[in-house]
Design a protein around this ligand. Sequence first.
Ligand code: NG6
Ligand code: CA
Length: 509
Amino acid sequence: FKSCPCFSILVTALVLLISGCQSKKEKAPIQENSAERPNIVIIYADDLGYGELGAYGATELDTPNLDKLANGGMRFTHGYASSATCTPSRYALLTGTYPWRNKSAKILPGTAPLIIDTTQMTLPRMLREKGYKTGIVGKWHLGLGSGNVDWNQRIAPGPNEVGFEQSYIMAATQDRVPTVYIQNGKVVKLDPSDPIEVDYDTNFPGEPTGKDNPELLKMKWHHGHNNSIVNGIPRIGFMKGGESAKWIDEDMADTFLAEAQKYVAANKSEPFFLYYALQQPHVPRTPNPRFVGASGMGPRGDVIVEADWVVGEFIKTLESEGLLDNTLIVFTSDNGPVINDGYYDDAVEKLGDHKPAGPLRGGKYSLFEAGTRVPFITYWKGNITPGVSDAMVSQLDLLTSLANLVGSDKKGQDSEDLLDEFLGNSKKGRDHIVLEATSRTAFRQGDWAMIPPYKGPAVNTSVNIELGNDKTYQLYNLKDDIGQRKNLAESHPLKLKEMNSAYKEIRGE
Ligand code: NG6
Ligand code: CA
């Protein structure tokens, strides 16, 4: 056989094949190099529920641009925010640390100090170390300053002290004062002769409030939200002065979009990271007049259509700058949906057949699935093969996974490397996750969700959401019972015991 000429031909062919492979391998780093440092954009919605997008089953709302992302990328069906409210989820996203490890990670007033330690590893800091430009546009809500902020001076520490080179933010939420944009620590368009004062306990003498001056309101408050009036909308907290700096709510989407587009144009020659934190559909829901009536569902639906539009416009910008093939986009939401979150805005009345949480139980503030399971999409044209992934992934995991992507060895304390999952190359995902909602926690492992007993009302009647509180343990098999209707705690004592001990170990109880 050895003397057979076909053998030497075979050997030659093999050698050629192997060397061919090798030379391909050797060339790979150059190719990988450009792919290794794509631009990274995280688009973060505020209070957008699991069932809110066409790609996630919504039939009553049109979200063509987000559907395009979802259908052209990896659409996760088990993607989690770390918390059922905003601040803790944002803390976890940026630090890769469970929010319940930080006692300050709860819904913050507009005057709260920064809750991220300025020496802590963060997603933008990790990327900056790797040569990325880093920027944030939109909602911050992680505190500013170190207590007693003077809004008329440079405000620090803030985003620029935890890794962002550029920032254009609102301090807290759209319903909280101060209702001004802050760019790199300075209030935008502030007139020094009309200084801003902010107080969350007492009003300033002579200033109208939602409570005392209903005649000045264009939007009425339902619960909370009856302090200072800005732009005809009553807010949480008291504010005086800063007239020229006050935002116009109806222009907020356009303002943030323009800033996001500017950031891309200014930083396109180097790899950049942009954290684009949308304000929709959080209250007060104030669509630009172009979108009023767009959904037939009142302002809440209209601002979702508006959010879809800004995402479309932003992607057009990436496209026209020639950056779309080299940009990894992550789209997700900070917590689940709420219909009435404190204003009379027709959200309840005009909801119709729309199911903001899809098939999930609960909503914002809840330990049930709808509190934290949210739309979660990764999109990278030409690099992520479109598909659907049932892998359990969390926003916590972005820090360590993106570190892997850019060749950094930095890790978040609770952040797993799920880069393969995010790029659609693996469907394994997490084994378990601890979920948080207003300082309570629950545990998800495999197909199972466990909620420990909690005192407190079963339902928050102001917002009409089931919170997950019960006197006894709750155990659900999400595979058979996605709506968490059948409590199996009694019938599956071993499963409950096993999960409870894993949960307690992680919680350090
Ligand atoms: C609550 C507000 C709610 C919303 C939420 C924060 C009241 C009665 N309710 O306290 O309207 O602002 O805080 O939402 O004030 S989050 O998405 O930023 O967590
Ligand atoms: Ca939120």
